[in-house]
Structure formats: C-alpha cells, structure tokens
Design a protein around this ligand. Structure first.
Ligand SMILES: [Fe+2]
Length: 277
C-alpha cells in the first residue's frame, strides 16, 4: 500500500511516498531502561549526542580513504571520469543516473574495516571511552565488521525512511555513529527524533523488516510512518567536521534529505556492539 510519510525537519514540512504494509505495535518498550549502551550518559533521555572524535590529520586521512572506496566503486561500474579532478561533493556530476548510483551504493553500503586504510579500532576505543563500555567493531551475528558510506545526491530521494536500527537483532546493543564527511550542513545532516527511544511500540506505526520501499528502493530496516503523539518533528544535530553524532539504536532517525543545490553529501556510519563480560 502506498502511503505518504509526513514529517518536519527543523520545522520545515516534508513528505514522500512509502510503499509497504503498516501496523501499530504492542505496548512494549524495546529500549531497555537499565544497563543499556548509553545508560552512563547525561544525555540518556535525549538518546543522542555530538562528540569530538578526531585528532590531528585523522579526519583528512579518513576522507581520503572514503574517496578511494568511492572512486573504486565508480570504476567497477565502468563509469568514465577524470580521477585527477574528482571531488566527493561533485559526485553527482560523475554518477548521473539513479541506475548507476544504485550500483555504486551497492558496493559502498556494505564495507568492512579491511576496506579502509584507517584504524577503525582506534576510533572504536574512543567511543568506548565516551560511553564507559567496552566496544568492538566485530558483529558476531554477521561474522564481519560493517561500515557504510552514505552518499546522497542533491535534489534526490537518496534517503532511508525514519526508522530504528534496533529492530534488527544484530543492531540491538550497538552505538550508532554518524560521521559527516562532505556536504553535511544544516540542509543535509542526519535528522533524529529526540527522546524517541523511550516510545513504546504501540505509539509507532511501522512496516516489518525489508517491508518499505521509497523511490523503488527496498529498505532493510522497518519504516516508521507515524507516531501517536502527533507529527514526527525531527531535528538535525548537525555535527561539525571532526565530530560525530552518536545515538542509541532505538532512537528514530533517517529521512536525511539533501537540500543543498549542487553538493553531494557523504557521511560514514559505524555500528559498534557492546562487549559484555
Ligand atoms: Fe539507521
């Protein structure tokens, strides 16, 4: 069934069509109120925070490594371009069709630590220090690490719907990390719904996993279409270069429309499970 998803981002209204079967959940809070990954944080009620994460030239090195991965994915699809003048913010001038873009992100959405010449485990340790829990980048259920480069072209529907990663069993006890790389600003940065991790399932109208389609693309995570308390009013915390947005996997986030006129947005997502021993 086609439905319209209506929401606000920083008080501006947006709507887009989502295809799927929607249902209200049970009266159950999935976010564990005790001993969760953010339980030592003063921002546990909001569910998210922005933290300083990079030192010295690390950010630049990570950006180079991301560029390398994107260039490789473009080349693998036989797209001709001038590598010497290529820059991430102009990606949309090189990858000019939805079809080619989908082929590129098929590669860049599913990377591992070994794809990056950057020490992901050193970063993992820093997030562990912030949260006061031991973290790893290894996802036991998937038997691999998981790193996703998100590429959102200007004036596109390169977005996923509002969702909670925690609906998928392997993302239940992780910290979500969203790192701005290029083109991330007040018009494009990832939106979150503050405090939404404390919303019971009966307050949420959603699809099941792999049950939502936007612009022809099926999303793995369930789409959240409505909440009982009224319109979905998201905000963009908009971390600066060198910072990261971190949040509980039960916080509703997504719908990161890129409203920049002529700049592709690139961000990096890490999902780091807690190690309990
Ligand atoms: Fe997500």
């Amino acid at each position: 069934m086609n439905k319209s998803c209506n929401l606000y981002i920083d008080e501006v209204a947006y709507d887009f069509d989502v295809e799927g079967d929607f249902f209200w959940g049970e009266d159950k809070l999935l976010f564990k109120s005790e001993n969760n990954i953010i339980s030592k944080m003063p921002w546990k009620k909001e569910g998210y925070s922005v933290v300083d994460i990079f030192v010295e030239d690390e950010f630049f090195k990570l950006m180079q490594s991301i560029t390398k991965n994107i260039v490789k994915a473009i080349k693998q699809n036989g797209i001709h371009f001038d590598e010497a003048t290529f820059s991430l913010d102009k990606y949309h001038e090189v990858v000019t069709t939805d079809d080619l873009h989908n082929k590129v992100i098929d590669i860049t959405r599913n990377l591992e630590n070994s794809d990056f010449d950057f020490d992901i485990d050193a970063l993992t340790l820093r997030f562990a220090d912030v949260l006061g829990y031991k973290l790893t980048s290894w996802i036991e259920e998937l038997q691999k690490s998981h790193i996703q480069i998100r590429i959102s072209r200007p004036n596109s529907l390169d977005i996923n719907p509002p969702h909670r990663d925690g609906y998928l069993s392997y993302w239940e006890d992780i910290i979500n990390v969203w790192i701005p790389i290029v083109g991330c600003n007040e018009k494009s940065s990832l939106p979150v719904l503050p405090g939404s991790h404390l919303m019971s399932e009966h307050e949420v109208l959603r699809t099941k996993s792999k049950g939502a389609k936007i612009n022809g693309n099926i999303y793995y995570v369930p789409c959240i279409l409505e909440i009982k308390s009224g319109p979905i009013k998201m905000i963009r915390p908009n971390p600066n270069e060198g910072e990261a947005l971190i949040f509980t996997p039960f916080l509703i986030h997504g719908a990161a429309v890129n409203k920049n006129e002529n700049i592709t947005r690139v961000s990096l997502e890490l999902r780091l499970p807690r190690v309990l021993n």
